[in-house]
Design a protein around this ligand. Structure first.
Ligand code: 13P
Length: 250
């Protein structure tokens, strides 16, 4: 049985005041039926880390650098975010790939860097609207997955999580239908299965892209959707909590 997991990616949003308020509202509801983590901007790690210390909620980084240390102005290493309280690290988010030109090879290095310090990497995959319309979704997602998976042993890759986030659904209000998301999740699970049955059986695959309090339960009803990576709706505590609770309705 794969335990559902819901993550909030806050992206570049919030202030010390709003972050503090959001965290206390979420933790005030107590236990939720899934694993939960939030990814605040890194300058708020200390603040959020101290607030969640006695709660079941965890924290993740939105990005890490794969190098250990050195003259890389503005970058933050995996060890640094781990030391600041992060248990998870997103790697290869489409905004990093598109806006900051991250390649699959760099994403693979980030995945490994997270593992090396004992964090759980969350590998983000997804196609553009144009790639979907040209019928290339499967090829794009397969290639993004395989580039990372093939650099690691089964035991290593199996410590991570995969998040399917179609780019056309991110921040647009246009969610993939459960059937459409499930189709791609099935492809991803099939590729994991081909690599090793244990990966296919045990790896959690999250869906991301305009997930909200109304559409979450429908997505989670699909057997291959093990939770969500939530952007906009994770900035509203009631919506984020409702999404977390929706994992318990199946
Ligand atoms: P939205 O939920 O705002 O579409 O963002 C999804 C996302 O990018 C999460 O990483």
């Amino acid at each position: 049985m794969r335990k559902p997991i819901v993550a909030g990616n806050w992206k570049m949003n919030g202030s010390r005041e709003s972050v503090s308020e959001l965290v206390s509202e979420i933790i005030s509801v107590g236990t939720l039926p899934c694993d939960v983590f939030i990814c605040p901007p890194s300058v708020f790690f200390d603040l959020v880390g101290s607030q969640i210390a006695d709660s079941p909620m965890d924290m993740g980084a939105q990005n890490i650098d794969w190098r250990e240390s050195g003259a890389y102005t503005g970058e933050i290493s995996a060890a640094m975010v781990k030391q600041s309280g992060c248990r998870y690290a997103l790697v290869g988010h489409s905004e990093r790939r598109t806006l900051f030109h991250e390649t699959d090879v760099e994403v693979a290095k980030k995945f490994k860097a997270a593992l090396d310090v004992g964090m759980t990497p969350v590998l983000c995959l997804g196609e553009t609207l144009q790639q979907r319309q040209s019928g290339d979704t499967e090829e794009v997602v397969s290639s993004q997955l395989k580039t990372v998976m093939q650099t690691l042993s089964v035991a290593e890759f199996g410590q991570g999580i995969v998040a399917y986030e179609p780019i056309w659904a991110i921040g647009t209000g246009e969610t993939a239908t459960p059937a459409l998301a499930s189709e791609v999740h099935g492809v991803i699970r099939g590729l994991l299965q081909d690599q090793a049955p244990v990966l296919g059986d045990e790896m959690r695959i999250l869906y991301g892209g305009s997930v909200n309090a109304s559409n979450a339960a429908g997505l989670f009803a699909e057997a291959d959707i093990d939770g969500a990576l939530v952007g906009g709706a994770s900035l509203i505590s009631e919506d984020f909590v409702a999404i977390c609770r929706a994992t318990g309705t199946n």
